[in-house]
Design a protein around this ligand. Sequence first.
Ligand SMILES: [Ca+2]
Ligand SMILES: [Ca+2]
Ligand SMILES: [Ca+2]
Ligand SMILES: [Ca+2]
Length: 347
Amino acid sequence: MHVYWIFNCLAILALLLENEGKVVLSEIKTHKSLLTKEVCAQPVIKKGDPLLFSKIDVPSELLTTNDSLTFGGDIRMGDLTGDGQVDFLVYRSEDNAHDGGGIKPCFWGAFTQDGEILWQRGTGGEQPSRPGPVAIFDIDQDEVSEIITFAHQSGVDAPHGSLQDVEILIMDGQTGEVERQVKPEIFQDIQGKGANWVHQRILIANLRGQDTPRDFVIKLGTYVLAFDDQLNLLWSYQHDWREYSRVPAYIPSVGDIDNDSKDEVNGGYYLLDDDGGILWEEMLGRHMDAVAIDYWDDLTKKRAFASGFGHVLDEKGNIILKLGEEVVPHGQELRVGHFDSTNDDSL
Ligand SMILES: [Ca+2]
Ligand SMILES: [Ca+2]
Ligand SMILES: [Ca+2]
Ligand SMILES: [Ca+2]
């Protein structure tokens, strides 16, 4: 499914998928500009075409206008009301970050599929230029989703590219009320710039081997931080790679690679144990844009995938596959899938 955020309308495009002879239609919303009147009047649907199902306007109260553009912001999806139906959260950020990155959210607005506003918090804000640190997840397992988010502190003066004016909030998804609020001491020391500073995503993880994930990991420039559901800092990791094209993955990945029911963190140049210990570190190849932890050659063990020069490694750093620079000179997005059914006997 492809999701786009286009000014004041949510656009979700889905594909018609052939599934054992049946056509499966995923839920579809689309922006009006993507659908011509002719298509509306007489749709000609071909396999693989996106198809309009319905359209949801972002409630006007949740929009802002800047430089003659009116927009909602970046978006997250999740069941905020606990009724089993997906809801939406738009957020915008202070522009006090490199390249307008979304690292300092200052506005959040939640609404349902029917366009009913659930709540809003904050004001103003810019369209985040990259996906920022906002996640929807039931992190305390009370069957209601929370919003885990960084938040700009408007009354705090801080240098450009610094986290000194940022705190972490856990908000009730249904009401937007702040349940927990922490300004980690380590934020005083963290600042960044350039391409490696504009990607901040909260990665939900199970670092403590609980029944369900109740922790999260986030990469902030050269740091990786891990928090529990009480916003305690579990551990931090820092590396020294800073040069463009020679830095670890913009966004790490989490997964249980050593079968201890706890998640490890793959950054492409490093693999961190669930407690933040270093399992391996190596500058494997340039442009280590994307990584994953998933099954590859053995259905009992996951592997670390790394886009830079096309690597697959085990938890000890042994290279299982290396495609090399000639084949993968700039490995950008990486996905792991099961495409070759002829290998089924070996898996
Ligand atoms: Ca809902
Ligand atoms: Ca909850
Ligand atoms: Ca593990
Ligand atoms: Ca482990």
